[in-house]
Structures are given as C-alpha cells and as structure tokens.
Unconditional design. Structure first.
Length: 254
C-alpha cells in the first residue's frame, strides 16, 4: 500500500486505502508519498489505480506541516504554491531529510526553472502537461531509493586529492571542504565512481537526473561549469574535462 499527500484547490481529499497494492519486493510494507501540487480529478484515479495512498495539502506551509508530522517516502511538488513556493518547500524538507526523493511537477519549464528546482533539492523535474505513464515510471525510479535495495555506501571515495564521504555527503579537495548543492554532489559522485571514463550527456541525464536528455537545454553543461568552479578553479591538476562531441571525463591524466 502506497501513501501520498498532494495540494489541490477545492475540497480536502485523503485516500487512506488502496485496492490495487503495489509491492516493490515481498517484504516491503508500502510507500508513503507526499505531493505538493495542484491536481485535477484524473490524478486521483491514477494514484488510486496504481496503488498509491495520498495525503493532500493546499499550500506550501500546509505541505511542510504534513511532512513534519507524517512519514513519507516521496514528495511531489509544484513550484507555484500559496504561502510557500515549491523551491522553499524543497529547501525546508532538505534541512531535515536529505535523502527523501523529491519530484517537481510544474508548468514552469525553462532551463533556469529546472536549475532552480535542482538547486533547491529536487531529484527529478517534470513539466506540465505530462503523460501519467511517464509520471508513474519516474515515481518507480525514485522509489527504488527507499525500498531497502540500495547498496551499502562506501566509507570514502578518493581520486587524486579529491575525497568524498558518501555517508555524510562531505567533499574535500586537498583537505579543503567544498560545499555543493544536492545535484552538484550527485553529479560529482557519479563522475568519481566512473573516473577516467567519458560520460555522455545522455548517460549523465539518465543516471544523475533520472530523465531523458533534452537536446534543447544545457543544464548538464551548466552543472559541469558549477563543479569546475568549485572543484577545479583553485586547484591543480584540473580534474573535470570536456571531450568535444562526446561528453565529460574526470581524470588527472590530461
């Protein structure tokens, strides 16, 4: 049985039961999903038919209070919300729970909007109008992080003088602490895990952003530049390099 909360204009609606349970594995009890967005009626049918329980909040502050008083495994939030927008809601959630998956589902689709969403702590970003089948697929990908199937994190990852503590999500270079946003950290972690291998933009989009690469946007290049400024600008040797026409590589051998 899966549980969600969502914001909606109109009447309060809480779906406490599900006639179509979805089990990730035999021992898993269910998923609680929190939604902070404005939905129309078909969304209720979609969530119910796919076995998701829902809780509904009508504005950002209400969503934050629900999050603080209930246990959820996934948050889906709009950006344009009364009282507290989705960016601030995600930031507040991240202060107390750095690991819960957050999906932003919104009509705001510019590259800057997406970058702001990822900087606020979103793990994925969908633009309205959307296909419910794609939404369900993305939910399933995000939920893999809370099903207990994740591998045990290593104590430390080291490449050259770059050190990452996956347990604490701390990053250092040459002993100097470097503060990264959640997406910057995830991108760097993936590059270190795949050091000395060229990573295409398509692979990075799929593995780090859990989405298909949109050739009409440059958000991956933007985040690579963010990392370069923090990881390479004040240090030698440079670690993050561009392979023209192919992608990016983390190596100290160029």
């Amino acid at each position: 049985m899966w549980s969600l909360f969502t914001t909606e204009m109109g009447k309060w609606s809480t779906n406490r039961t599900s006639h179509f349970p979805v089990y990730v594995n035999e021992s898993y009890k269910g998923i609680h999903i929190a939604l902070g967005t404005f939905f129309i009626w078909p969304s209720h049918r979609f969530f119910k038919e796919n076995g998701y329980q829902t809780m509904v909040a009508y504005d950002g502050l209400m969503g934050l209070r629900l999050f603080q008083t209930h246990t959820f495994d996934l948050v889906i939030s709009d950006i344009v919300l009364p009282k507290m927008d989705g960016f601030e809601l995600a930031k507040e959630i991240r202060k107390t729970n750095p690991n819960i998956p957050i999906l932003m589902l919104t009509a705001l689709g510019s590259t800057n909007d997406k970058l702001d969403g990822f900087d606020a702590g979103a793990d994925d970003y969908m633009v309205k109008p959307f296909d419910f089948r794609e939404l369900n697929a993305r939910i399933k990908v995000l939920l893999k992080r809370v099903t207990g199937n994740a591998q045990e994190l290593p104590q430390e990852l080291v490449y050259a003088d770059l050190r990452i503590d996956p347990q604490r999500k701390d990053v250092e270079r040459n002993g100097i602490s470097i503060k990264l946003s959640p997406k910057e950290y995830n991108l760097l972690l993936y590059m270190v895990e795949n050091a000395e291998r060229v990573l295409s933009r398509v692979e990075i989009a799929e593995k780090v952003w859990n989405t298909h690469f949109d050739t009409g946007t440059n958000f991956i290049d933007v985040y690579i530049n963010y990392l370069r400024k923090k990881i390479d600008r004040d240090f030698e040797p440079k670690l993050i390099h561009t392979k023209a026409g192919m992608g990016f590589i983390l190596t100290d051998k160029i």
